[in-house]
Design a protein around this ligand. Structure first.
Ligand SMILES: [Zn+2]
Length: 276
């Protein structure tokens, strides 16, 4: 059993603000190799001697480098040096998924999408989508790109990789859930990979669209708000082959190679308008 409380009475649990400070200092990945997921390593002092959880003495290490640390094959000095200039400084942190389930469902804020290629699109651009195995090693591939409310790209889905774009205020990975925030309590996007339930979910979203509009996703559903377009949708089901869609608006065509929940209003612009 791991030590829950050390000889100084310090609990193993690290308070969330300290964890966030460590993630920010370590650029959201193992300081040595950049990998997500990671563990929080008390390198100076080691946890058994620590009297407090100080962010400066904690580094993110992937399971491989954490094992090396624990075994003494990776020195405290090397971790300290790497934490000053972490591997991910100036680059995206990347998580590689491995999705080979028989079937997977995409849940976009309570809207269910099932089929070989499914997604949420706005004016023909896939914001968040899923493609069935067949193209790369029999794996489901996630696609899409999320920008925040000021037009900064924060999360990109490319093949079997999730890329948290460099410069995000905070990126956390807890259980099956990846959350990107742009400030305290200000969630840009939250996605969950609940593979045992065979569901990939877009649970939260706060994204800028064109013409002063915003795209939100939460427990109430998907909402678009702004000067020209306002609606909320939840509880829809799209099941089918590519080309089938629930269409909201008629100003553009949904992507032909996806079954989509398709939002098509010219006032919402294109990705060029959403991003700085
Ligand atoms: Zn590593």
């Amino acid at each position: 059993m791991p030590t829950v409380i050390n000889k100084h009475g310090l609990a193993r649990h690290i308070p969330e603000p300290v964890k966030r400070a460590v993630r920010q200092a370590c650029a959201n990945g193992c300081v040595i190799c950049g990998r997500m997921p990671y563990e929080y390593d008390h390198f100076d002092p080691p946890f058994e001697d620590a009297k407090d959880h100080h962010a400066v003495g904690i580094a993110l290490l992937c399971s491989v480098h954490h094992t090396d640390r624990t075994a003494g094959r990776l020195s405290v000095d090397a971790v300290r040096k790497a934490r000053v200039k972490p591997f991910n400084a100036g680059r995206a942190s990347v998580w590689s998924h491995h999705l080979t389930e028989q079937s997977l469902t995409l849940n976009v804020a309570g809207n269910i999408l099932q089929g070989p290629s499914v997604g949420l699109s706005v004016n023909g651009a896939i914001v968040f989508g899923l493609r069935a195995p067949g193209t790369v090693d029999g794996q489901w591939l996630v696609t899409g790109s999320i920008n925040d409310s000021s037009g900064r790209e924060t999360l990109r889905f490319r093949d079997n990789e999730v890329l948290a774009v460099n410069g995000s205020w905070d990126v956390s990975m807890e259980g099956p859930t990846i959350t990107v925030r742009r400030g305290t309590g200000d969630i840009v996007v939250q996605v969950s990979f609940r593979t045992e339930d065979q569901v990939i979910s877009l649970e939260r979203l706060n994204m800028r669209l064109g013409g002063g509009h915003a795209l939100h996703a939460n427990r109430s559903g998907i909402q678009v708000s702004g000067p020209a377009v306002n609606f909320q949708v939840g509880g829809n089901i799209v099941i089918g082959a590519t080309g089938c869609a629930i269409r909201l608006g008629r100003d553009s065509e949904p992507p032909k190679d996806f079954a989509t929940l398709a939002i098509n209003f010219a006032a919402l612009g294109s990705p060029n308008d959403w991003r700085d």
